[in-house]
Design a binder for this molecule. Structure first.
Ligand code: TLP
Length: 347
């Protein structure tokens, strides 16, 4: 069955050009630094982010974890949002594998952390307390609705972190969506951060991988950590080849996903019983809930939609996330709205 799959932009399939380039990719042993396709992807990525070097990693999770472990030793602390992907969805990797202590602050509805709270969370020099090493931001912010953090805000956090001798890492899984949202160069958004992970396999549609970017010294260290995590890959140039196509051809079209998300939200907002989050969508995610009095749960709703060929993400009891991406066309949006209307018809 050809699903209209709105669960995530991680479900995107490689484009025909990606498959063709993968078949022809020049490869070598990347642990020896000899895979030309990976080397090219890493150089392109670093240039795109305005950083010295890049490191191809298996996933966004591995990129974030490698970065945290590069900055923090056992018992050190990092500051991050309580709704951040790293805190909620990365299986506690920093604590489990690095003994790194997360200090969570409340994410504001727009995905930001309050600057005064960040400053107050930085530990004094006191043998009773862990040493704060790092702040992690997320842009776009997934659980806060796909909201985008501005250049000014990111700069303010960067300055605060640096004034206290800390580093700033950006989980930029969807940072290109943020750049499209603001109409700015991605380098501006990531400039205040010492390191950034961006994903090739979400809106950019490559089958696998993310790239961690930062200074030469930082990437050398992260490369060793990636090896410790079992992430040293060999002839992975077949994967990098798709990543190169992703960077070359898939960034400019993200605007289409944002406008389809708006089209979807407009249609759903007219259906009684559905309550859209205020402001949604910011980028490619629509968040909504079932209103009071709807006699079925989010899970039941998702099951009914699935019978009509539409898959949605259930993020809590009565709440959904719908994500637009390369595999979703205008007609799919209309069909999805129709499926919601049909399921809600009896309410
Ligand atoms: N997010 C996935 C799920 O894990 C929730 C999704 O469907 O959105 N940072 C952010 C902001 C992310 O949204 C994700 C994936 C990651 C990191 C991790 O990337 P992967 O899945 O490549 O490890």
């Amino acid at each position: 069955m050809d699903w209209i799959d709105l669960r995530s932009d991680t479900v995107t399939l490689p484009t025909p050009q990606m498959r063709a380039e993968m078949a022809e990719a020049e490869v070598g042993d990347d642990v020896y630094g000899e895979d030309p396709s990976i080397n090219r992807l890493e150089e392109m990525s670093a240039a795109r982010m305005g950083k010295e070097a890049g490191l191809f990693v298996a996933s966004g999770t591995m990129g974030n974890l490698s970065s945290i472990l590069a900055y923090c030793g056992r018992g050190d602390e990092f500051i991050l949002g309580n709704l951040s992907h790293t805190f909620i969805f990365e299986a506690g990797g920093a604590a489990a594998l690095g003994g790194v202590h997360p200090n969570t602050l409340s994410n504001q509805p727009d995905g930001t952390l309050v600057l005064e709270e960040v400053e107050a969370a930085i530990r004094p020099d006191d043998i009773h307390q862990p040493i704060t090493r790092l702040v992690v931001l997320e842009n776009t912010h997934n659980r806060c609705g796909g909201t985008a953090l501005s250049v000014e805000y990111t700069r303010a956090v960067g300055e605060l972190a640096h004034d206290h001798g800390l580093n700033l890492h950006l989980d930029g899984a969807r940072v290109f969506n943020a750049a499209v949202y603001f109409g700015v160069e991605v380098t501006e958004l990531v400039d205040p951060a010492d390191s950034v992970t961006f994903c090739l396999s979400k809106g950019l549609s490559a089958p696998v991988g993310s790239v961690l970017c930062g200074s030469n010294d930082f990437i050398n260290q992260a490369r060793r950590i990636r090896k410790q995590l079992g992430g040293g890959m060999r002839q992975a140039g077949v994967l990098a080849a798709a990543g190169i196509v992703a960077l070359d051809t898939m960034v400019d079209r993200l605007e289409e996903d944002h406008s389809r998300a708006k089209q979807l939200a407009r249609g759903l907002s007219l259906i009684p019983g559905l309550v859209l989050d205020p402001g949604t969508p910011y980028t490619n995610m629509v968040f909504l809930s079932l209103g009071d009095g709807v006699p079925f749960s989010g899970k039941e709703m998702a099951d009914r939609l699935k019978e009509s060929g539409v898959q949605v993400g259930v993020v809590s009891k009565n709440r959904f996330r719908l994500v637009t991406h390369y595999g979703i066309e205008d007609a799919d949006i209309e069909m999805a709205i129709g499926a919601f209307r049909e399921v809600m018809g009896g309410v």
